[in-house]
Design a protein around this ligand. Structure first.
Ligand code: STL
Length: 303
C-alpha cells in the first residue's frame, strides 16, 4: 500500500502536472519539493544537493514513494557546469535512494532516452545503454543507484517532453516557436535527429497508472519501463507543424546543415523507446497527437 507520494522537481514541466494529477487521487496524500520556484505555497523548498536538507524533509514527510523528477536536463548546461549538475542529477539520487532504503520507501526515478546512443532503435528496457553526453552519463549513473538500492524501485525512461509552459524557453520543443513566430528571419532547423516529443500530461497519467499499480500489487512492475508518444519528428517537422496548426507563415523555416559530429554536445540520432512492457500491463496511457498537444501548449503565446 502506498499512501504518501512525494514528487521532487514539482515546479518543473513534468513535476507540476504530476503533482496536480496526484492531488486529484483520493487514495494518496501528495507532497511536492521545489528548489526555488514557489508557485504553490503547499510545495516545500529543498535543495536536493544538500543531504541534511533532504533527510530533514524526508524524515518529516515520511513518503512511501518518491517520484524523483528533479534534474538539470539541458545537455549543454550540464556539460558547462558538470560539478553542479552531477550534484543535482546524481548526488540527489544517492541521498533519496539511501533514505528510501533505510525507511522502507520506494523510488520511481525519471530517466531519459539519452542513456542510449541512438544508433540501433527501437530500444527495449534490456537494451545496453551507451550515453553520448554528460547528461546521459549522469542519468545512467542515477538509474544504477536506484535499481541497485532496492529491486522494488522503478526507472521510467522518457524522451523529449513538452506541455503547458510558463515561458517558451522552458522546454526544448516550445522554444522552437520563437523562431516560428519571427518570419522576418530565416529559421534553420535540424532535420536530422529523430525525436518522439511527448506531452507531459500523457506522461503524468501513465505515472499515476504506475503508482496505482504499485500501490495495489506491492511489486510486479519491471525495474525499467519505457514511455513515449508514437510520432517521429525532427525539429524541422515540429516547427512546420506549429506553423500549420496556427496557419502561420512557414517559408522562413528551412532545414539546417546536418551535424558534422564535432559539436560539443553529441545527441543520439534516433533513441526510439519500445513501450511494450507498459502496454502489456495496461498502464500505457494513449498519447495525444503532436498537433493537438502543441496547439494547446502554445495558444497563449500567439502574438
Ligand atoms: C531528455 C531527453 C531528451 C531531450 C532532453 C532531455 C532535452 C531537454 C531540454 C530541455 C530544455 C532545453 C533544452 C533541452 O532548453 O530526448 O532527457
Amino acid at each position: 500500500m502506498i499512501s504518501k507520494v512525494l514528487v521532487t522537481g514539482s515546479s518543473g514541466i513534468l513535476g507540476r502536472v504530476l503533482y496536480d494529477k496526484l492531488l486529484d487521487e483520493p487514495d494518496f496524500v501528495t507532497y511536492g519539493l521545489v528548489f526555488n520556484r514557489t508557485t504553490n505555497a503547499k510545495k516545500i523548498k529543498c535543495d536536493l544537493r544538500n543531504e541534511t536538507e533532504v533527510n530533514l524533509q524526508l524524515d518529516s514527510l515520511k513518503p512511501d514513494l518518491i517520484v524523483h523528477c528533479a534534474a538539470e536536463r539541458r545537455p549543454e548546461i550540464v556539460s558547462q557546469n558538470k560539478t553542479q549538475a552531477q550534484s543535482l542529477n546524481v548526488g540527489s539520487t544517492e541521498f533519496i535512494t539511501k533514505w528510501a532504503k533505510e525507511n522502507n520507501a520506494r523510488v520511481l526515478y525519471i530517466s531519459s532516452d539519452y542513456v542510449f546512443d541512438g544508433t540501433n532503435p527501437p530500444y527495449n528496457e534490456e537494451a545496453v545503454p551507451n550515453p553520448l553526453n554528460d547528461y546521459g552519463v549522469m542519468k545512467l549513473q542515477s538509474e544504477q543507484l536506484v535499481i541497485n538500492s532496492n529491486n522494488a524501485n522503478v526507472v521510467l525512461r522518457l524522451p523529449i517532453l513538452y506541455g503547458i509552459v510558463e515561458y517558451l524557453e522552458e522546454c526544448a520543443v516550445t522554444i522552437l516557436f520563437k523562431k516560428v513566430l519571427d518570419s522576418s528571419m530565416t529559421a534553420p532547423m535540424s532535420n536530422y535527429e529523430k525525436r518522439f516529443p511527448t506531452h507531459c500530461e500523457d506522461v503524468a497519467q501513465t505515472i499515476v497508472n504506475m503508482v496505482k499499480y504499485l500501490s495495489k500489487n506491492g511489486t510486479g512492475l519491471p525495474s525499467i519501463c519505457h514511455y513515449q508518444a508514437e510520432e517521429e519528428m525532427t525539429k524541422l517537422e515540429m516547427s512546420l507543424k506549429m506553423a500549420e496548426v496556427f496557419c502561420l507563415p512557414s517559408n522562413h523555416i528551412v532545414p539546417e546543415n546536418p551535424p558534422t559530429g564535432t559539436e560539443a554536445t553529441k545527441r543520439p540520432f534516433k533513441s526510439q523507446l519500445n513501450c511494450e512492457k507498459l502496454k502489456k500491463l495496461g498502464l500505457y496511457h494513449q498519447p495525444r497527437t503532436f498537433s493537438a498537444g502543441i496547439k494547446e501548449s502554445l495558444k497563449t503565446f500567439l502574438n
